[in-house]
Design a binder for this molecule. Structure first.
Ligand SMILES: [Zn+2]
Length: 438
């Protein structure tokens, strides 16, 4: 069995399943092999060289339903052949399609003005299941089939495995440079007020909301413990396009104060790859080195500015830069499970089908996806409701929750209030889940 297929079966079954059960699930259409396995998933032909990578390989609607979970490939029928249960639902191809961004590879011409694949054009959004991690639903289905055959598998426990509270630092300060003073004066601000902001306390700068964000993050970390809750700030290390402005120094005293605050509050520092690096991914190496030399620490995590990780293959440049964790995988225009899962998953390059060591951490919610008119345009109540839906799905499948709140968004509408409320609700949901399994 190819390593990426083996990995997908392992991923579907989950990491609390004993090894003997993993090897009892096969993926073959050769009947002579069936008796080696308790369950055989029958390939539907998705990986055949005649269809793989072609537009015709994209499934069409309406989808068949496998126990109320949309099935992308294969049939919902199953047969007992000897002692082997043969599933015609191609759970491997269906998962591969979602986990690897296969659709984005096939539909190269579908991109928005920033070169991103739009969430609202995506197969899961059009099929109305972007809010459900259906790969994890396939996993549950497969475990239940093993149970039906007598496997003694541990019962699923509802709990959030890990939470990443993340902040992309696009503009750490509002008015702390001479250039920003000139901008303010041009915008009609009084020169004295602008100078006062520049020379006053950092905490009085409207973008410097980090002390508040970190104190909120620390509340959640106190409840979850430092292993389960990790705050990360992603800083830019370059970029010279219009979308990369403002370019901020990584060596002046203000940014050094922010690095010190991160260190004090044990906030990890990650790379916020620039918009330019979205177009020219070879820039990532340089940007990472620049950030490492400014912070004096090793950078292990990345998120792209504008979430503009354009082509699936571009992840290879993260590996080249020795970055092993990416947090970009959400759509800007609609929150949900872009990779079809709420769990961290290793990147399989859909072009080469190579299984790599890069771990993709799904981005569950970016705040502006909820609120911006051009994205989801939700009211406070709707945004809270939709977010709680995603959080509950994550807990149901023991997934990772990753929230993105920018330091610059706290003055915008309900977003500050929503962050606080969501963190309180997460603590409440987690405590209820723990009570349930006492
Ligand atoms: Zn950004």
């Amino acid at each position: 069995m190819k390593d990426y297929i083996q990995y997908i079966i392992r991923f579907l079954l989950g990491d609390s399943i004993p090894g003997e059960y993993i090897s009892s699930v096969g993926y073959t259409d050769d009947p002579r092999q069936y008796d080696k396995y308790s369950i055989v998933i029958r390939p539907c032909g998705f990986f055949d060289s005649t269809t793989y990578g072609k537009t015709s390989s994209i499934p069409s609607f309406p989808l068949k339903q496998l126990d109320r979970t949309p099935l992308l490939f294969g049939e919902t029928t199953e047969k007992m052949i000897g002692d082997t249960l043969v599933l015609y639902a191609d759970l491997v191809a269906s998962s591969f399609f979602l986990l690897t961004r296969y659709e984005e590879m096939v539909k190269r011409s579908v991109r928005d003005e920033h070169g991103r694949f739009p969430g609202k054009e995506s197969f899961p959004f059009r099929g109305e299941f972007l809010h459900r991690p259906i790969v994890d639903e396939y996993g549950l289905y497969l475990r239940n089939k093993l149970r039906q055959l007598g496997a003694k598998l541990p019962a699923e426990k509802q709990s959030i495995r890990k939470i990443y509270l993340t902040h992309d630092v696009d503009a750490p300060f509002y008015c702390r440079t001479w250039r920003s003073i000139v901008r303010e004066i041009k915008n009609g601000q009084s020169i004295w007020k602008a100078i006062k902001t520049k020379t006053g306390k950092l905490e009085e700068d409207m973008n410097y909301t980090f002390p508040w964000l970190f104190s909120e993050d620390n509340k959640l970390r106190a409840a979850f413990g430092k292993e389960r809750c990790k705050p990360i700030c992603f800083f830019k290390g370059g970029g010279n396009t219009k979308q990369d402005k403002p370019v901020y120094s990584l060596t002046n005293k203000d940014i050094k104060s922010l690095f010190t605050l991160c260190k004090h509050d044990r906030i990890e520092i990650g790379l916020h790859s620039s918009y330019q690096a979205g177009k020219e991914p070879e820039q990532i190496v340089k940007e990472k080195k620049k950030l490492e030399s400014a912070t004096g620490g090793k950078i292990k995590a990345n998120r792209h500015h504008f979430l503009s990780s354009r082509e699936p293959e571009h992840f290879a440049f993260l590996l080249k830069s020795e970055i092993n964790h990416d947090f970009t995988m959400g759509y800007a225009d609609v929150a949900g499970f872009r990779l079809g899962t709420c769990r961290a998953v290793r990147w399989i390059n859909p072009g080469t089908r190579k299984l790599t060591s890069l771990v993709l951490h799904p981005l569950t919610i970016m705040e502006c996806s909820l609120s911006e008119e051009k994205y989801m345009n939700l009211s406070y109540e709707e945004a809270l409701d939709y977010s709680l839906g995603l959080i509950n799905q994550t807990a149901l499948h023991r997934g990772e929750l990753s929230l993105l709140w920018h330091n610059t968004s706290l003055q915008t509408g309900y977003l500050k209030n929503l962050y606080s409320t969501l963190l309180d609700k997460i603590i409440q949901i987690d405590s209820e889940n723990r009570q349930q399994y006492k």
